[in-house]
Every structure is written in C-alpha cells, then in structure tokens.
Design a protein around this ligand. Sequence first.
Ligand code: CA
Ligand code: CA
Ligand code: CA
Length: 345
Amino acid sequence: MLKPSLVTAAVLHGLAVLGAGYVRSARAATLTVDSPTDDSSGCTLREAVISANENDAEGNGCASGDPGVDTIVFDATLSNEIITLGGNAISVTEDVIIEGGAAPGLAISGGGGRIVFQGTSASLTLRDLTIRDGYTDLADGAVTVNGGSLHVERVAFLDNASYSGAAITILGATSASIVNSTIANNTAAQLPGAVYVANATVSIINSTFTGNAVQYGGPTDLFANPGNASATIENSVLTGTCLGAITSSSSYFQDSSCGMPTGDPMLDSTLRTMGSPTPFFGLQVGSPLRDSGNQTICDGLATDQRGAPRSRDGDGMGGAVCDIGAIEVGDENAVPVELERFRVD
Ligand SMILES: [Ca+2]
Ligand SMILES: [Ca+2]
Ligand SMILES: [Ca+2]
C-alpha cells in the first residue's frame, strides 16, 4: 500500500500529466512574417499561413504552426511596406489571427489581379491591417469566407474591386464582425459594392463606410441576404446605400436605405495616416459624429481604428463619449484633428 504522501505525489503527477496534455492540445504558435515578398525568401505571409494551416514548418522559413489558434505577426521592418500577392489568393483553412500592429502602415495587396484571403471553414481574425487592391471578376471580396467565422478589427479595406462584395464577401459564417474599421473606395460591378453577407449574421460596430460604388446598380455599401442573413449596424457611419435584412442604431447615414438618414457626417475628404497602423478618414471640425455614439456599445473598445484611446471628449462639454465611426478624435476646441498626432490624449 502506498503511503499517503506517495498517493498524493502520484495524484499530483497524474494531474501534471493531464495538465501537460491539456496544454499540448491547446498550444498555439506565433509566426513572424519577415519578408515583404510573395516568393519564398524568408518567411512570407503566404508561407506563414501555410504553416498555420498545416501545423508544420513546411521547411519554408517560418516557424511551425500548431493545432491551436496560431497568430501571424509582422516584423517591424515591414512598416509601410506593401506585400503584393502573386498567384492565387491566400487560402486559410485553419483558425488563425493575422495581426499587423507591429508593422504600422503595412498593406496586403491583391495587386489588382486576385483577392487577398479566402477562408474555408476556419475562424479568420484580421487586426491592424490594410487590405487593398484585391480584384476578381467573380462574386468574391478581397476577403471571402465560406464557413467558419470572420472577425475584422482596426482594418482598412481600400480600393478593392470585384463583380460584387468587393471588400468582404461572407458566403456563410457562424459569426462575423467588423469593428473599428474603414471600408472605403471599393467598387463592384453590381450589388453590393463593399460588403456582401449570406448565411450569417454580421455585427458592424464603430466602422466607417465611404466612397464605395457599384457600376450597374444595387447598394454601394452593404447587402445582407434577407432569406438567410442579417446585419446590425451600431455606432457606424455609412455614406452609401444598403439593402436587405439590416437593423441599425446610434449611427449616421446619408441615405435612408441604411437607416434613418441624418445628413453629411463631415468626414475628411482624404485618407490620413499620421503614423497609425492603418489609414483612416478624420473628422472635420464640427462633424456631427463627435460624441454621438452610444457609449454602452463602445465601452468594450479600448481604442479607435488607429489605436487612439476611446472614448474622448470631442467638444469640451459633457465628458468623454465615443464618436460614431472608426475614429475617435480629441477636443476640437483644443486640438484640431489635422494637428493630432498618433495616440494623443
Ligand atoms: Ca520562405
Ligand atoms: Ca494551426
Ligand atoms: Ca468623443
């Protein structure tokens, strides 16, 4: 018979083994992209996603992926670089987080010849990235998912083009969200210009849609298939048009198709960067978006798209209330937005 101390030791050993097994099954890798190319030099974005998909280093210059949710980050030397894809879109087949915050100004480009990410039955999370110049003549977006989930946070989708849904096309998802993001200047042949949602419910929070277009008709900004999909828009600004099963609150629209029209949001006419991870449209002095958000909705957001703190007082009166859209600006009476630097309080 084992002495009690040995029994305890054996039990503890067993727990340690179980614990080790649990840690092993949940282990996830962090893979660092260090190449701005889409060839095989160093660890490219495409190679990092392959490692994350395959849970192997694949001998490609990246670390090995693991069965947990791997995170792909970018070396700081890739700041302000454009990774232009060649060949096909990058295929995401296993859960992954792709995060560009360590390389401010980094953009991933379809080079006007392909979409950027194609997710299949995987959870795809994108943060602090610019996705631009995706192109296809098919009904896909620069980011297209079918199954799994899609979460987009502090991402700028710019100048993508396709047959429909040029920025984001969701063909099916268990969950989907677009938060603190800018969807601008995307163009499709027809319905819709920017974001297409089917077989999913998408939540759009504190985001800015502007300058999106359709060539042959249909909504410019958002379509949620009323037969099988829906979209909720909160604390967001859309200057274009919408169609489908859409509900909205605490938002600012120029067109009644997206919700109650409220007028000109007074966005800046050009994109700014000012050292932030992604480009954005600032707010003109006097913009009605300032301090007009529902604070309960943005309570969960520590920052805006560029990383500036939420919420801040935009008019020197009434305390800190969040702004509608992707950007939170400071007190316009103290610091005009054009003079604001990154992360000013
Ligand atoms: Ca390589
Ligand atoms: Ca993996
Ligand atoms: Ca504010």
